[in-house]
Design a protein around this ligand. Structure first.
Ligand code: WT7
Length: 629
């Protein structure tokens, strides 16, 4: 797959040029690098107004044949996955491509034996163990649509996702290790399943030995897999068949099930992985994300395996047993490419640099960042202490919806610029728009938009194509609207400035404020609430909740604790507000819309930047909020 990578700036510029002049032909050439059962008839059909996007129509493939079978011919004994457990005293595991193929086929047969078939939705709620990656691939093997739910989500959030997609099966575990904690996953799943009538089987992987309750639909994974063999021909899929659903939060209460396709997603994740990280055969690549997020799907599992890479999966957290765990793992496995999030860098930066320096990081060649804008201080710390000023840093901008990285530098090939994601990948036509939707030229600041499809764009929101249209294609007709603001320098480099909608990125997690407000409003004493983000040293943003309550607060601490527990129970601990402020009113426009812009300034303590508040229905509450902050 080395052919996929541009190795010089000239190659890159040539590709950019080609992609601009013959965009669909450009992708067709890239797509010839993969194994297809049947070649496509039509490269691309699209209409952003409908909206509709279809790539490689008529083409047939199975992504797991590209991730696994193909490599059996050339590198069966190459390590595909290195598993590093939560506890450093537990031995790491190595799976060759041959072993991984065999495990995936057996697991696929296990799913089939329990009635799973092409098109079924299978929910996966598991810790970061090898079986999670294997389960994902096993679904893809048989054409079942996986829906991975991050193992930090609550029972209510899990149930909502299972029901939205009418999943017929759940794959889970007794528990999951994360640092010094054990999450009782089966217990949480049991609570969720009480309200999920479509799930017929729940297959439970034993990881922690935690005691669990047992229900008629439960089967132990190790028992279910006993009697199956490892011969499992891959289901032949159409390019446009759904490969998976992955939920992301939006500005209403309901999560959006983004649907990714088999063909386009495969082509784009492999192409971008190879180019961004400049992976060479035999390198050890480590992305610290969880497979519960898109980063894990695209850049732990599918992208790396499609190109035959060695991908490291880490079960634990950066702080356990000490704040040097990342560096210890890098040294232990001689990691070459390391991909993490700014929130992790900022957290580690607070600890003595000796924790970095005591480990031999000389194997590192490339560093990556993803999830939110990386501030200058974190960028330089990463560059100086981890990269020793000797590793290019790729700041990769993308989204659950985009499937793969869209704006980034290519390690060592294109110039980097601290705090800038830099340039769109060849084939990505990014633009800046003003509020009226006019394209802005040259050096400028505005709303980021993309004006031509790329192969891994999400095709729809599961069960709600209208919403897909209204969220991504209605604000600026003819463009894909990602919801981020950006500025562009004279050389065309983009710097992402943050969200322009009601989504807040907390510790790299994309959280809609509406679902958090809905959770708060469930408390019997809460009349109304508004949640906004404010800048936070480590988390990037933290949440400030303004709540109007019924009657008087007897005990503010109890109320706060109850509200946090409610959010934790409904969404998950990641969504708990840092501040909860009781207010008598919320600043509203004359049409009754909450002025979030003002609340954001108040939460950030930027009282001198509130702008004109006189047009508000109730300007007096602004003064009150200031006084009581
Ligand atoms: C939002 C998407 C992409 C996988 C992880 C998050 C923000 C992401 C960057 C970056 C500035 C970034 C954007 C984007 N974001 N990467 N390199 N620089 N902002 O996926 O949960 O779908 O969130 O994350 O605001 O829209 P996600």
């Amino acid at each position: 797959m080395d052919d996929l990578a541009y190795k010089t700036l000239e190659d890159y510029q040539r590709a950019k040029e080609q992609a601009l002049t013959h965009p669909s032909q450009f992708w067709a050439e890239i797509a010839t690098n993969f194994d297809w059962h049947r070649k496509w008839d039509t490269i691309l059909e699209y209409d952003f107004h409908k909206p509709e996007v279809k790539w490689f129509l008529g083409g047939q493939l199975n992504i797991t044949e590209n991730c696994l079978d193909r490599h059996l011919k050339t590198q069966p004994n190459q390590t595909a996955i290195i598993f590093e457990p939560n506890d450093p005293d537990e031995v790491a595991q190595h799976f060759t491509y041959k072993e991984l193929h065999s495990r995936v086929c057996r697991t696929a047969n296990m799913l089939k034996a329990h009635g799973a078939k092409k098109g079924d939705r299978i929910c996966i709620y598991m810790p970061m163990v090898p079986e999670l990656a294997i389960a994902v691939l096993a679904c893809a093997r048989i054409g079942a649509i996986h829906s991975v739910v991050f193992a930090g989500f609550s029972a209510a959030a899990l149930a909502a996702r299972i029901n939205d997609a009418s999943c017929s099966m759940l794959l889970t575990a007794d528990g999951g290790y994360r640092g010094s904690k054990v999450t009782p996953l089966k217990d949480i799943a049991d609570k969720a399943l009480k309200s999920c009538s479509t799930v017929r089987h729940s297959i439970v992987f034993k990881r922690t030995g935690l005691e669990v309750a047992w229900n008629p639909i439960d089967i132990w994974w190790h028992e279910a897999i006993k009697d199956v063999d490892d011969n499992c021909p891959a289901e032949v899929m159409d390019s446009e068949d759904p490969l998976f659903i992955l939920y992301t939060s939006g500005s209403t209460g309901k999560p959006k099930g983004m649907v990714h396709s088999c063909g386009g997603y495969m082509v784009y994740t492999a192409y971008s992985f190879q180019n961004v990280f400049q992976y060479n055969k035999g390198d050890v690549y480590w992305c610290t994300a969880d497979i519960g997020w898109i980063t894990g799907h695209s850049y732990i599992v599918y992208g790396p395996l499609t190109v035959g890479a060695t991908t490291l999966m880490f079960e634990g957290v950066p702080s356990y047993p000490e704040y040097d765990r990342f560096w210890e793992v890098c040294a232990k496995h001689k990691v070459n490419q390391f991909y993490t999030a700014p929130t992790a860098i900022r957290a580690l930066q607070k600890h003595p640099v000796e924790l970095v320096n005591k480990h031999d990081l000389s194997s590192l060649k490339v560093l990556g960042s993803v999830g939110e804008p990386i501030n200058a201080e974190a960028w330089h710390w990463y560059d100086d202490h981890v990269g020793k000023n000797n590793c290019p840093i790729v700041d990769t901008w993308w989204q659950t919806e985009t499937g793969g990285i869209l704006i980034t530098s290519l390690a060592g090939v294109t110039p980097q610029k601290p705090t800038y994601a830099t340039l769109p990948m060849p084939g990505i036509q990014a633009v800046l728009l003003d509020n009226e939707g006019n394209e802005l030229a040259d050096e400028n600041e505005g709303i980021l938009a993309i004006k031509y499809p790329w192969p891994s764009i999400a095709r729809t929101i599961w069960g709600d194509h209208e919403r897909y249209k209204s969220v991504y294609f209605s604000a600026f007709p003819g463009y894909y609207f990602p919801g981020d603001g950006a500025l562009r320098d004279a050389d065309g480099n983009y710097r992402i400035t943050g969200r322009v909608d009601d989504v807040v990125i907390v510790s790299g997690h994309n959280l809609g404020t509406a679902p958090i407000e809905n959770a708060l409003n469930e408390h019997p004493n809460v009349v109304e609430s508004a949640v906004v983000g404010f800048p936070h040293d480590i988390k990037g943003n933290a949440l400030h909740a303004f709540v109007i309550i019924r009657g008087t607060v007897e005990d503010a601490n109890t109320l706060e604790a109850e509200l946090r527990a409610l959010v934790s129970k409904t969404i998950g601990p990641i969504a708990k507000p840092d501040y909860i402020q009781v207010v008598s009113g919320l600043p509203k426009t004359r049409s009754g819309k909450i002025m979030r812009r003002i609340l954001r300034k108040l939460a950030a303590g930027e009282y001198d930047q509130l702008g004109d508040v006189s047009t508000l229905l109730n300007p007096e509450v602004v003064e009150e909020i200031k006084q009581n902050s």
